[in-house]
Design a protein around this ligand. Structure first.
Ligand code: GLV
Length: 320
């Protein structure tokens, strides 16, 4: 009997074709609307494989319905949307897509850092709004990137790739991570510090750590009070790592200078989120890995992981 797979969003045709060679599929055939929970609950009860995105919450309750499920293949590197413990208890393999998105996400993080520091969105809006009256000595002045100190919280693959880009801009680098990385440190000329030292000493603080119960609200009121008034916070990891209310207050009260955010506690972010009212915040709709090539590679890797696990072989990237 061919196994059955449920795919929670329309993915590229060539990836669907690859899965169909070995499995029967059902799919939530929409590009812009996540599968409703009641539909997913029903579908998960009768399939061997689930191909899902970070927009699906795969919690204990939904997994209780998954009586035949062998594998959950998440088309993302982050897997905070899945209850890993509950999956493990049920003997369900969970896979993700690290590696293929590293450089693209580091590119976006550096682009966001530059856009925030040099006020690119505000500047473009100024021009289009007819407010560019003349060249003016201090108009739309930002912060220098070259020679500044970058603090990286989380020195995994993407953190290291960000550091390589920063090296090219002659930035000084501090990093905070669970474990020290002596070789990387030497190669990139970075200094390992505790979190408070990093926050006090950095002109830019970039969050590059996974979202876990330990990193939830890692950056809040206390941490903003340690940061320089001229500093910039960049978050391309997960929204919940930063306390958004505290961030709003820190930006409004001038405790920090600006923020660049690709991720939010709730996504899509509500349009009445006060952060969207501030001129010193650059906001993006979670596009860290969104290049055509990288999204294709992620979709393909998620399919490879799924197909291997469904045949009881070891997938390329196993979470549990
Ligand atoms: C994107 O945020 C991912 O985790 O792949």
């Amino acid at each position: 009997m061919r196994p059955t797979v449920y795919i929670t969003r329309r993915i590229p045709d060539e990836i669907i074709a690859k899965i169909v060679e070995q499995c029967d599929i059902r799919m939530w055939d929409e590009t812009d609307i996540p599968v409703p929970r009641n539909v997913l609950e029903k579908e998960i009860s009768s399939v061997e494989g689930l191909y899902c995105l970070l927009t699906e919450t795969i919690d204990r309750e939904i997994l209780a319905k998954a009586s035949r499920l062998k594998v959950i293949s998440n088309m993302a590197v982050g897997y905070n949307n899945i209850d890993i413990k509950a999956a493990k208890e049920k003997g369900i393999t969970v896979t993700n897509t690290p590696g293929v998105l590293t450089e693209t996400t580091a590119d976006l993080t550096f682009a966001l850092l530059m856009a925030t520091a040099r006020r690119l969105i505000e500047s473009s809006d100024c021009l289009r709004g007819g407010n560019w009256k003349t060249w003016s000595p201090m108009q739309l002045t930002g912060q220098d990137i070259y020679g500044a100190t970058l603090g990286i919280i989380g020195m995994g693959r993407i953190g290291a790739s960000l550091a390589k880009r920063a090296k090219g801009f002659d930035m000084n680098m501090l990093y905070y991570n669970r474990s020290q990385k002596p070789e990387l440190e030497k190669e990139l000329n970075m200094k390992y510090t505790d979190l408070d030292t990093l926050l006090r000493g950095s002109d830019f603080v970039c969050i590059m750590t996974p979202y876990t119960p330990q990193t939830r609200n890692l950056i809040g009121k206390r941490e903003f009070s340690l940061m320089k008034k001229s500093s910039i916070l960049i978050n391309t990891a997960r929204g919940g790592i930063v306390n958004e209310n505290d961030l709003f207050q820190a930006l409004r009260d001038g405790e920090i200078w600006a923020a660049g955010l690709d991720v939010f506690e709730q996504e899509p972010v509500c349009l009445d989120n006060p952060l969207l009212t501030l001129p010193n915040v650059v906001t993006l709709p979670h596009i860290g890995s969104a290049s055509i090539k990288t999204r294709m590679k992620m979709a393909e890797l998620a399919a490879d992981n799924l197909l291997l696990a469904i045949k009881n072989q070891t997938p390329k990237h196993v979470v549990v």
